[in-house]
Design a binder for this molecule. Structure first.
Ligand code: CTP
Ligand code: MG
Length: 552
């Protein structure tokens, strides 16, 4: 185990489970060794994408028995896993053991007849309709629909009040909000379905999830960031020294790499818009710093951002994955802070001058690097532990860090999350944002190189500020609320455990407390801070009418 409380609330999917063929990369490891460690990011990606390619998504009308669907599909091959869910209609996600089973099902599927005009495209989205009334009794009790757990805020607060420590409150919140294994499978499937389409143009390309879907910091309902990876195409064979000629593909020249990315995304975007069933609300955001295609994938219900040539973002997702798996306190604290920030409108689902989840996560990681002794290693330390195979230089930026978690020494810090939550608010309530920048590479603050209100250095593209979009009003709101919450945590904590179910600890800072004079005062402080913030934000919004880019 790593760190205190490790093992609580940890996602099963990051642990290597050796089953049949699904051995981890690296071949020589004994099964027992493999199952004792946490998978590397690359292993999670490879396994997720491989499973997704053996998976189909079935849509079916009400009244069909789930068992009969499974029975029918099992004629095409052994089913490895499945679940049923209600989204936009009834769906079954079915993963076969072999990829050939998908082909077998495709062989019997028909393109909808001429009564339904449409683009013929053999995807892995199918509709099952009974040839005749099945007339059999439905026995649905044994296969319930999978539902993404969603808990209303009031219920969550009630639940948190019953916990006996802030630490357990944070783990409880994590359990409610983290991505489930089913949700992860759907995310990989959505990528794989887009990959099918992109492969019509680029047969070697891979569409990979990145961002919070795979960084361990994803909350149910978060967007799905997709990366169109051409790395396999770009990998040239080692030039042969023999023979008189050097052989090269002729390629279409473009004025810049950015122009090439824009063109590819534009074409794939058109393809998604025109031919892909279930993709709606397509937006081309090609002028952003990181050009992207945004769309809604109806069968899985995900809001997707497709990017290309974005390898550094994939590396930063892997870095977060390393930090998120390093010590169980990390994810619990990040989820708690992210939930707090969302509740108070510090973060938002729309882009603008707000602090983003990504920036907020970096702030938590930085804070954990600054504890004494540190809870998290710096990026520089992770780089020192890297092997030759971990070496990554992308566009001249050094993105090297260790990928095997076992190589990192465990922390000696034993602080509880009760302490850490309070200290986080104290720390950033008093941070010198005016002159200092946050640097997770070194794990220390630097002088700000330019006057952005909040400066968090991009860990890899070191001249970039990942929070360049944040304006002074939004930063001031964050600081004011952090101070107030530090105060509330100190006051309200004294009251807990005295029989009542009044909001205390984490619950007290998620909703304004309602009883007691101290709490009333805290409520009015939070409310006035919110009202002021709302007005400031509206003003800032008007001033920033031009809009912020999604990846500024
Ligand atoms: N990213 C980055 N620099 C930024 C913004 C984003 O490198 N200024 C990268 C990060 O790797 C981030 C990913 O792009 O994880 C996706 O960005 P975004 O969707 O904004 O953040 P998430 O971490 O996915 O968080 P959320 O749950 O809010 O989507
Ligand atoms: Mg995201």
């Amino acid at each position: 185990t790593r760190g205190p409380g490790h093992g609580q609330a940890r996602r099963i999917s990051t642990e290597v489970v050796v089953q049949g063929q699904s051995q981890a990369a690296g071949g020589e490891e004994a099964d027992s060794e493999v199952s004792a460690r946490i998978k590397t990011f690359t292993e999670v990606q490879a396994e997720g994408l491989e499973q997704a390619q053996k998976t189909v998504l079935i849509s079916y009308p009400t009244g069909i028995s789930k068992k009969s669907i499974l029975q029918y599909l099992s004629h095409h091959g052994r089913i490895n896993s499945y679940f049923f869910y209600k989204g936009h209609g009834h769906h079954a996600m079915v993963e076969f053991s072999e990829k050939e089973s998908v082909g077998s099902l495709q062989d019997v599927a028909q393109i909808a007849g001429s009564s339904v005009p449409g683009i013929p495209f053999k995807s892995r989205l199918f509709t099952l309709t009974p040839r005749q009334s099945l007339g059999q009794a439905l026995d649905e009790t044994s296969i319930p629909d999978y539902q993404h757990p969603t808990i209303p805020m009031e219920d969550l607060v009630q639940k948190l009040c019953c916990a006996d420590s802030i630490s357990n409150q944070l783990y409880s919140l994590l359990n409610e909000h983290q991505l489930t294994e089913e949700n992860m499978k759907l995310r990989f499937l959505a990528c794989s379905l887009i990959q099918d389409l992109a492969r019509a143009y680029f047969p070697e390309c891979v569409v990979k999830p990145f961002g919070s879907s795979v960084s361990t910091f994803g909350k149910l309902g978060c967007d799905l960031d997709m990366f169109l990876d051409f790395d396999e195409i770009g990998k040239s064979p080692t030039p042969k020294k023999t023979g008189p000629f050097h052989v090269e593909y002729q390629i279409k020249r473009m004025p810049s790499e950015r122009a090439a990315t824009q063109k590819i995304l534009s074409v794939i975007g058109e393809c998604i818009a025109n031919f892909s069933p279930g993709c709606t609300h397509i937006q081309k955001i090609l002028d952003a710093r990181c050009p992207l295609m945004r769309f809604f994938h109806q069968p899985t219900g995900f809001h997707c951002d497709l990017t290309a040539n974005n390898r550094i973002a994939l590396r930063s997702s892997e870095l977060l994955y390393i930090y998120g798996n390093f010590d169980s306190r990390v994810r619990a604290l990040v989820f708690g802070i992210r939930c707090w920030a969302r509740t108070h409108g510090i973060t938002s689902s729309t882009s603008g001058p707000w602090i983003t989840n990504f920036s907020l996560t970096m702030m938590v990681l930085f804070f954990l690097q600054k504890r004494k002794p540190p809870i998290l290693p710096t990026l520089a330390e992770l780089k020192n532990l890297a092997d030759a195979e971990d070496k990554h230089v992308i566009g001249g930026h050094d993105c090297t860090f260790v990928s095997n978690l076992n190589k990192i020494n465990q922390t000696e810090n034993t602080e509880t999350l009760d302490v850490l939550l309070n200290e986080f608010f104290e720390y950033f309530g008093n941070f010198d944002f005016g002159s200092k920048s946050i640097n997770v590479r070194e794990g220390k603050e630097h002088s700000k190189p330019e006057p952005s209100p909040l400066y968090i250095q991009n860990p890899f593209e070191q001249t970039l500020n990942i929070s360049a979009n944040v304006n002074q009003n939004q930063l001031d709101r964050f600081v004011a609320l952090a101070r107030e919450c530090a105060w509330i945590l100190q006051q309200v904590n004294q009251d807990h455990g005295q029989g009542g179910k009044q909001p205390w600890g984490l619950a007290a800072i998620l909703v304004p407390p309602v009883i007691g004079s101290k709490k009333k005062m805290a409520k009015s402080m939070l409310t006035s801070a919110r009202l002021k913030a709302l007005l400031d934000s509206l003003r800032a919004d008007i001033a920033n009418k031009k809009g912020e880019r999604a990846f500024s």
